[in-house]
Ligand binder design. Structure first.
Ligand SMILES: Nc1ncnc2c1ncn2[C@@H]1O[C@H](COP(=O)(O)OP(=O)(O)OP(=O)(O)O)[C@@H](O)[C@H]1O
Ligand SMILES: O=C(O)[C@H](O)[C@@H](O)[C@H](O)[C@H](O)CO
Length: 177
């Protein structure tokens, strides 16, 4: 690793937007571990989602803290985590654990995501929650260190754009130090 900070990245967005697909490929390109934030949900949250109940802000708190701790633990060597982080307040919380975190947001039309998730099996997340996911989503603010990518592109195109963004951000951070 060079003198730039290790890459600490959250791939965010609604269910089925491609977080795990992009996140695992991106981690491979960056040579850092990949963690799927879905695996950090408390059992109660999985049960709620499986029964078709969208998570509330309160439901998400313990999970976001678990994701934050994982980011902080992985910060020194670099890490990529897939975590919906739908609202700005959730991303603020993650930044408290990992101030250098970069957000990568695959985004696109609900109809395309709906078509993709209709073709897959998910351990606990029913397609019926997709409307609530888009309703909760707050896009990256200009002041947040992040990039939004068109999820309609092929995975390798998304990864290449994400790597370019991460490299440029890390060089910028290094030059500002
Ligand atoms: N760029 C892409 N082009 C075509 N299909 C894709 C692309 N990215 C992901 N997919 C497909 O879309 C589905 C959802 O992708 P993925 O599981 O990566 O999303 P996710 O955001 O991690 O989902 P969740 O949060 O619900 O676990 C999968 O079937 C995956 O193969
Ligand atoms: O914040 C949320 O409502 C949840 O994290 C969901 O987004 C799911 O965990 C995930 O994306 C699985 O489909």
């Amino acid at each position: 690793m060079g003198l730039e900070p290790a890459p600490v990245v959250v791939v965010m967005g609604v269910q089925g937007c491609g977080k795990s697909t992009l996140g695992s490929l991106l981690a491979g390109e960056l040579g850092v571990p990949f963690v799927d934030g879905d695996d950090l949900h408390p059992e109660r949250n999985r049960t709620l989602m499986a029964s078709g109940t969208p998570l509330s802000d309160d439901d998400r708190q313990p999970w976001l803290h678990a994701v934050g701790r994982r980011l902080a633990d992985g910060g020194a060597d670099g890490i990529v985590v897939a975590c919906s982080a739908l609202r700005q307040a959730y991303r603020d919380l993650l930044r408290e654990y990992a101030p250098t975190v970069l957000f990568v947001h695959p985004y696109g039309p609900k109809e395309l995501v709906a078509a993709r998730i209709s073709l897959r099996e998910h351990e606990y997340m029913p397609p019926s929650l997709l409307d609530s996911q888009y309703a909760a989503l707050e896009h990256l603010d200009g002041a947040e260190e992040g990039t939004t990518l068109d999820l309609g592109g092929p995975p390798l195109e998304l990864v290449s754009s994400a790597v370019t963004f991460v490299d440029e951000s890390r060089i910028r951070a290094y030059q500002q130090d």
